[in-house]
Structures are given as C-alpha cells and as structure tokens.
Design a binder for this molecule. Sequence first.
Ligand SMILES: NC(=O)c1ccc[n+]([C@@H]2O[C@H](COP(=O)([O-])OP(=O)(O)OC[C@H]3O[C@@H](n4cnc5c(N)ncnc54)[C@H](OP(=O)(O)O)[C@@H]3O)[C@@H](O)[C@H]2O)c1
Length: 361
Amino acid sequence: MSSKLRAGIVGGTGMVGQRFIALLENHPWFQVTAIAASAKSAGKTYEESVSGRWKLSTPMPEAVKSIMVQDASKVEEVAADVDLIFCAVDMKKEEIKALEEAYARTGTPVISNNSAHRWTPDVPMVIPEINPEHLKVIAQQRKRLGTETGFIAVKPNCSIQSYMPTMHALHDFKPSKVVVTTYQAISGAGKTFADWPEMIDNVIPFIGGEEEKSEQEPLRIWGSVTDNGIVKSEQPVITTQCIRVPVADGHMAAVFASFEQKPSKEEILERWSSFKGRPQELGLPSAPKQFITYFEEDNRPQTRLDRDIENGMGISAGRLREDSLYDYKFVSLSHNTVRGAAGGAVLIAELLKAEGYIQPK
Ligand SMILES: NC(=O)c1ccc[n+]([C@@H]2O[C@H](COP(=O)([O-])OP(=O)(O)OC[C@H]3O[C@@H](n4cnc5c(N)ncnc54)[C@H](OP(=O)(O)O)[C@@H]3O)[C@@H](O)[C@H]2O)c1
C-alpha cells in the first residue's frame, strides 16, 4: 500500500484543478485519490468529464483518468477517503466559505486557492518563504470550527507573488512606499487564447478586484499573529495598477519602492541572491533551490523565457536601478498558475505536512 497522503481535488475539473492534477503526478508525499466538482461533472470518469477542456500543454496523467468525479457538495463522502483537500472552485464567495468550512469540520485539512477565506482572521494566508509563522493561527481556527485535525489554509492572489518575494527580501530596510504595475497573463482569468481571442494583439487596463487584492493582501502576509487572529501590517503603503496583457502564463510586475533606510544596490542584490525561507531550510519537494534569480541583462526577465524558472516556483528579477522619484525601480516575474496558484498551494501543503499539521487519517 502507498505510504503517500491521499489528496482530493475539489474543483479538479477546472483550470487550477488541472494544474493540481499535473503537479501532483509523481509527487513524493501526496497522491490524488479523489476528484470532486459540480453536480454536472459528477458520476463520470475524470477523462470523460474533462474531455475537450483539458487546458494544459502536458497530457492528462494516466493515474487520474479513471477516477470517478464526485459531487463536491457531498462533503462527508468526498472527505471519507482523503487525508487532505486542495480546493479550486469557482462559486459565490459565501458558498465557497461554507463548503471549505464543511470540509474542515470533517477533520480534513483544506488548502485553498480561492479568495473566500483570505480575510478570515484565524485562517492563515501563506507564502511559505515569507510568513510560515502564520500557521500558528490554525489552533484558534480549530477551536472555532470544533475540530482537532481539520482547518483551512489559503494562498494569496496570483498577482502578489510577482513582487512580494522581491520586496520581502528587503524588509529589513523598512519599505515605506511601493508603486506596482502588474502585467498579467490571460490564464489568470482561467483562459487561453482559444477561449479569449479578443486578447490577441490587445491590452485591457482593468482586472476586476485585482488592484484592491494586490494592495491589501501583502499587508496581511506581513501582519502578525495575535490572540484574535492575524492583524495586518500598516506599512508599507502600496498602490497598484493591474493590466491584462496578451501572454499565456506569467505575471510581471514593474515596481518603484522607497525605504526608511535606503539600501545600496549591492545590498539589494545580495539580499535577493541569498534569500532563503523555511521551504529551502526544510528541503520541501516543490521548493525552488534559488528563490529569487536576478538577471543582469537589460531585457530580462522575459515572461516566456523566464516564467518556468525553478519549475515555475522561482521568482526572477531584473532592471534594478535608482529612480528620480523613489529610491529604486525594478521588475520581477512569477508563474501565475504554478507559484501563483496550484504550485504555491502544493508548497503550503508540504510545509503543513513537514510542520506536523497534516497526518494520515
Ligand atoms: N486561473 C488562475 O490562474 C487562478 C489563480 C488563482 C486563483 N484562482 C481561483 O481558483 C478558483 C478556480 O479557478 P479556475 O480558473 O480553475 O476556474 P474554472 O476553470 O472555471 O474551474 C472552476 C471549478 O469549480 C467547479 N465548480 C463550479 N461550480 C461548482 C459548484 N457549484 N460546486 C462544485 N464545484 C463547482 C467547476 O466544476 P465543473 O467543471 O463541474 O463546472 C470547476 O472544477 C477560482 O476561485 C479562481 O478565482 C484562479
């Protein structure tokens, strides 16, 4: 019998769900044993259910093709045979909140891509290299939900992975003002060019709700754990514009930043190249060996060339220079559906397992 933990993917037929399926193929710790989606997909094999809508360039893993898709609303049934759940459903926020809590109350850890619980005070929202200490708040959540083993942990919005890691590595210099423009791929809207031909040869200067998330979520990740959950940080002030660009995958950010203690350019480059977080210390399976890679070339990083760095889990940066209005400006890039979605969630699950929060049932 496999000694791997049994993972269920709720929303496994969607775009992020498919990424989970692909990333967990041959994962050393987790094995996909259950897939759930809406009632209209339930009762068919995964292969039948996703026929004609498999969106990845890699083929569907053989091991999941014959799994029978379950109805995600049958929580007890889905939870009965899994040790943890990854959740990526597209439903109304209140419905997602209730669904994820119902799964957690069955004693099942839920690692979610959805935004529904990102501001629930006792739910940790984690980038494992940045705020692993926020997992402590799970004890408060378990008390509220009345479970000893279940809980919800969430990952932040895909846009912020493109600039938070590079800013976090400079946190000791106390960033005070940060201006970010993001250039976001169409997969962030769950789309390909075939689904969204209007994006060919086009730029759309609006992504609903994205700027609020991009400005506020970093403050929660930089926040502190208190007896009343996570309290967000007041600093730095962040303002953003989020732009949809004709790119398949990869979110790039152009960043301007000022600091209370302005670092030298050499200090910034040194902090980026040496930055290591808990995933690197623990040697987690999906952790990038080099979290931030700096390119000296003026025309890098480029979305198509560099989004897959460290299997899509690394962050790349470039064009660091002094600015006339702010202290510095630079660009940085992350893969939105790997580091920014399913890969980021798998890394959270690995951290949770390594820290003892997920056990076989
Ligand atoms: N795309 C990204 O890059 C990205 C990044 C970060 C976060 N997210 C978030 O991740 C979530 C999923 O995004 P996506 O792009 O993968 O969406 P998607 O391709 O539209 O997939 C949605 C999934 O939700 C399921 N679903 C819809 N209604 C349901 C219901 N009533 N009950 C149970 N399952 C239901 C769908 O099942 P059926 O196939 O049966 O309809 C499908 O599996 C969203 O909350 C999104 O905001 C997306």
